[in-house]
Ligand binder design. Structure first.
Ligand SMILES: *[C@@H]1O[C@H](CO)[C@@H](O)[C@H](O)[C@H]1NC(C)=O
Ligand SMILES: *[C@@H]1O[C@H](CO)[C@@H](O)[C@H](O)[C@H]1NC(C)=O
Ligand SMILES: *[C@@H]1O[C@H](CO)[C@@H](O)[C@H](O)[C@H]1NC(C)=O
Ligand SMILES: *[C@@H]1O[C@H](CO)[C@@H](O)[C@H](O)[C@H]1NC(C)=O
Ligand SMILES: *[C@@H]1O[C@H](CO)[C@@H](O)[C@H](O)[C@H]1NC(C)=O
Ligand SMILES: *[C@@H]1O[C@H](CO)[C@@H](O)[C@H](O)[C@H]1NC(C)=O
Ligand SMILES: *[C@@H]1O[C@H](CO)[C@@H](O)[C@H](O)[C@H]1NC(C)=O
Length: 534
C-alpha cells in the first residue's frame, strides 16, 4: 500500500493528468540578491562617460517611400536604401539589404543555417536530446559611436571648412548644407535597448524551463535581464558588473585593461583597413566630390560617411547619407570592417587568442564544475574564486561584452569554421563574397553566441554544440575527437580536452606584454589563429 502510494506520487510528478494546471515558480522561495556581492552600478563606481545626442524623428525626416511595406524582422522603423533604389512593384526576396552590410554596425539577425557550414542543423535541441545548460555570450545592443570616433572628426572638419565660408554642397550632397552632428557617444540608442530586451524575451521563451533547475542565485546582464525576467528583474538575479578600467582584471575587458600589446593589433588592423579603403573608395570619393566645394573628400571620408548611414539610421531613424552609396559601396564598407576585425581582434591578430583566453577559462570551469586554478589571463580571482560571484553549477549563464572581445573569444575557442577562407587580403579591388568571416555575422550589435549542453539517446556522455546568431557552428575542424555531425554536436569530453590544450598553448603574459612582431606593411599581415607571429 505504501509502495503503491509512493508510485502514484511519482507518476503524478512525471506525467500530470491531461488538462491539469501546471505552473513553475521563479525565483525559488527565500532567494535574495546579495547587494554586497552584487552591488548596484552606482556603488561599483568607474562610471563610463557617455553623451546623448539629438532626438530621433524618422517620420518627419525620411522620404515616404522608405517605410517598409512589410515590417522587417529586425531593424529601425524605416529602411536604408542604396543609390538608385526604386520601390519594387512586388517585394522581392533575396534583395540586397544595406543594413546587413554594415559590418559590426549591423544589428543582430537570424542567420541562414548554412552560414558556418552546418546546413542541416537548427538551434532547436534535437528530438532525442535533453538540454541541461546554456552558456550565453552577447554583445550590447546598438549604441552611438564611441567618443572620439572618426565620424566626430569628420563633422569637425566640415565645421572648420564651413567657417571659412567656402563650403558649398549641391545635388545628392545638398543636405550637407544644413547637416549637423546629432549623435552622442557610447550609450545605447533606443533601438539598442530594444535589441537587448528582445534577446532577453527570446532567450526566456527558448530556455525558460532551465530556471526550474535553479536552486541558487545566478548572474545575468541588465536589459537582457529585464527582458528575461520582466518587472522587478533586479530582485530575481544577481549581476556582476565588469569594471572597464586600465589595470583592473576583468575577464571581458582584457584589451584596454591588462593587455597593452592589444593596441599594436589595432594599429596593424587600421593599416590593413586604410589600404583597402584607399583603393576601393577613391572612385566614390571622386563621384561625391563633384557635389562639394570647399572640402576635399578622401577615401577615408567615404568610409566615415558610410558609417554615418549606419549610426544615423540606428540612432535617429533615418540617414540622408545612405542613398549616396551603391550596393558595391556597402559591400566595400563591410569588407573594410572585416579587415579591421580580422587583424585587430580576430584570427589575424597577435594578442587576440590571449584576449579571449579568460572567457574560455571561465567556460571550462563552468563546463567541468571545477574552480579556476590558475589566474594567468584577464580573469579576476576575487570574482572567479568566489562561488557566489562565480557559481559553477548553474543551468543558465549569460555574459555580456564588446564586439572586439567576443571576436577574440571565438578565436580562443579555436572556432575555425568561422575562418575557413583564412587570411583576408587587403590589396584587392573589391570585397570577397566567398569569405565566411563577416563581422556583420559574428559580432553584429547584440550578437548572440550560445553553447548548448545536453544528453542524447544513443550518444555516450554529455554533448555540446555552439550556435552563433541561430546558425550552428561545425566543430570537426576545431577539436580532436569531434566528427562531422548533422546537428553540430560533439562529446563534451572531447571539447573540454581540446579547450584545455588550447588554453595551455595561449601565453597571456607573453602575447600581451612580450616582444611581438612589429607590423609595418600590410603584406606582413597573416592568419595566425590569434597567436603572436613568430
Ligand atoms: C578645426 O579648426 C581648429 C581651429 O582652427 C583646429 O584647432 C582643429 O584642429 C581643426 N579640426 C579639424 C578636425 O580639422
Ligand atoms: C577584481 O575585481 C574586483 C571587483 O570588480 C575589483 O575591485 C578588483 O580591483 C579586481 N582586481 C584586480 C587585481 O584587478
Ligand atoms: C591612405 O590615404 C591617405 C590619404 O587619403 C594616406 O594618408 C594614408 O597613408 C593611406 N594609407 C594607406 C595604408 O595606404
Ligand atoms: C590579474 O591578472 C594578472 C595577469 O594575468 C594575474 O597575475 C593576477 O593574479 C590577477 N589578479 C587577480 C586578483 O586575479
Ligand atoms: C555541483 O553539484 C554537484 C552535484 O549536486 C556537487 O557534487 C558539486 O560539489 C557541485 N559543485 C560545485 C562547484 O558547487
Ligand atoms: C585548432 O584548430 C586547428 C585548425 O583546424 C587545429 O589544427 C588545432 O589542432 C586546433 N587546436 C586545438 C588545441 O585543438
Ligand atoms: C615599429 O616599427 C615602426 C617603424 O619602423 C617604429 O616607428 C615603431 O617604433 C616600432 N614599434 C615598436 C613597438 O617596436
Amino acid at each position: 500500500m505504501l509502495v503503491l502510494s509512493w508510485l502514484t506520487h511519482i507518476l503524478a510528478v512525471t506525467a500530470a493528468p491531461v488538462g491539469s494546471t501546471t505552473a513553475d515558480v521563479f525565483p525559488p522561495p527565500n532567494t535574495e540578491v546579495d547587494t554586497g556581492l552584487f552591488p548596484h552600478r552606482t556603488v561599483v563606481g568607474f562610471p563610463h562617460v557617455t553623451r546623448t545626442g539629438a532626438q530621433p524623428g524618422a517620420f518627419f525626416t525620411a522620404p515616404a517611400d522608405q517605410f517598409p511595406r512589410a515590417q522587417q524582422p529586425f531593424g529601425p522603423v524605416v529602411l536604408p536604401r542604396p543609390k538608385g533604389w526604386k520601390p519594387p512593384k512586388k517585394p522581392k526576396k533575396g534583395k540586397f539589404d544595406p543594413i546587413t552590410s554594415w559590418g559590426y554596425l549591423t544589428p543582430r539577425h537570424s542567420l541562414d543555417p548554412c552560414t558556418w557550414g552546418a546546413c542541416d542543423a537548427s538551434p532547436i535541441v534535437p528530438e532525442q536530446c535533453t538540454l541541461s545548460a546554456v552558456h550565453i555570450l552577447m554583445r550590447h545592443g546598438a549604441r552611438y559611436p564611441t567618443a572620439g570616433d572618426a565620424a566626430e572628426h569628420f563633422a569637425t572638419r566640415l565645421l572648420n571648412a564651413s567657417k571659412t565660408g567656402d563650403l558649398k554642397a549641391t545635388g545628392d550632397l545638398a543636405f550637407l548644407n544644413e547637416w549637423t552632428y546629432k549623435l552622442g557617444s557610447d550609450i545605447l540608442v533606443p533601438f539598442g535597448r530594444l535589441q537587448c530586451m528582445e534577446l532577453g524575451v527570446r532567450s526566456r521563451l527558448a530556455y525558460g524551463q532551465l530556471l526550474n533547475d535553479f536552486t541558487e542565485k545566478g548572474t545575468l546582464p541588465v536589459a537582457f535581464g529585464q527582458g528575461f525576467f520582466g518587472r522587478d528583474s533586479d530582485k530575481q538575479f544577481g549581476m556582476t558588473i565588469a569594471i572597464e578600467n586600465k589595470g583592473t582584471n576583468a575577464t571581458v575587458y582584457p584589451g584596454g585593461g591588462t593587455c597593452p600589446n592589444s593596441e599594436r593589433d589595432v594599429v596593424a588592423s587600421k593599416l590593413g583597413m586604410a589600404e583597402f579603403v584607399n583603393r576601393t573608395m577613391a572612385g566614390t570619393a571622386e563621384r561625391l566630390q563633384a557635389h562639394l566645394k570647399g572640402y576635399t573628400i578622401t577615401p577615408a571620408d567615404v568610409q566615415i560617411m558610410l558609417s554615418l548611414c549606419a549610426y544615423e539610421t540606428l540612432s535617429l531613424g533615418y540617414s540622408a547619407f545612405c542613398p549616396l552609396f551603391t550596393e558595391e559601396d556597402f559591400r566595400n564598407m563591410a569588407y573594410a570592417y572585416d579587415i579591421m576585425f580580422y587583424y585587430g581582434n580576430g584570427f589575424g591578430g597577435q594578442t587576440t587568442a590571449a584576449q579571449g583566453k579568460g572567457w574560455v577559462q571561465e567556460f571550462l570551469a563552468r563546463l567541468t564544475h571545477t574552480p579556476i586554478e590558475v589566474y594567468d589571463s584577464s580573469t579576476n580571482s576575487t570574482l572567479d574564486g568566489n562561488p557566489e560571484t562565480f557559481p559553477l553549477n548553474q543551468s543558465i549563464y549569460a555574459d555580456a561584452s564588446h564586439d572586439s572581445y567576443i571576436m577574440s573569444t571565438m578565436v580562443a575557442l579555436n572556432l575555425t569554421a568561422l575562418n575557413t577562407f583564412g587570411r583576408l587580403p587587403t590589396d584587392i579591388g573589391g570585397s570577397l563574397e566567398e569569405r565566411v568571416y563577416y563581422s556583420s555575422k559574428i559580432v553584429p550589435f547584440n550578437t548572440n553566441f550560445v553553447a548548448q549542453v545536453m544528453r542524447c539517446d544513443g550518444r555516450e556522455g554529455e554533448q555540446i554544440r555552439f550556435i552563433l546568431n541561430d546558425a550552428v557552428i561545425p566543430l570537426q575542424d576545431s577539436y580532436t575527437g569531434c566528427e562531422e555531425d548533422k546537428d553540430g554536436l560533439c562529446g563534451l569530453k572531447h571539447v573540454v580536452a581540446a579547450l584545455q590544450t588550447r588554453v595551455a598553448e595561449i601565453d597571456y603574459f607573453k602575447a600581451c606584454n612580450g616582444p611581438i612582431f612589429n607590423i609595418t606593411e600590410t603584406s606582413q599581415l597573416r592568419d595566425s589563429n590569434g597567436m603572436p607571429y613568430v
